[in-house]
Design a protein around this ligand. Sequence first.
Ligand code: THU
Length: 132
Amino acid sequence: MNNNELIDLANAAKNKSYSPYSKFRVGAALLTKDGKVFQGANIENAAYGVTICAERTAAFAAKLDGNDEFLAIAIASDSKDYITPCGACRQVLMELCGEDLDVIVTNGNGDVKSFKLNELLPFSFGDKNLNS
Ligand code: THU
């Protein structure tokens, strides 16, 4: 699975977005080390605060399926700008996927950028802090 294929799966997931309030569709595709892909999309709620982002739906689906080793997550939206994960999603991805995760983001021109999760959430809080 290459980055472009993972991005295509993030775009396909975007079509499953439930975003009647923001009308801002986001899709994610999370790749495990053994080649499985878990898709996610944002799911909104009339009580806005309980909305969940695409990245977290993908990460939770993967965790529930018993996966603990990941390579990359691709994120797609309809925006002309690059969409990077929100702070809450960065924290969840750090916990479930680890700091070496490749975060692949796209913009409306089809351009691609890639970051390590550690670049997006440096000096993160994690289980290491609870046990020290
Ligand atoms: N959203 C995501 O799903 N992922 C992001 O990285 C940024 C924001 C969603 C949450 C909400 O449903 C909509 O986009 C607008 O904020």
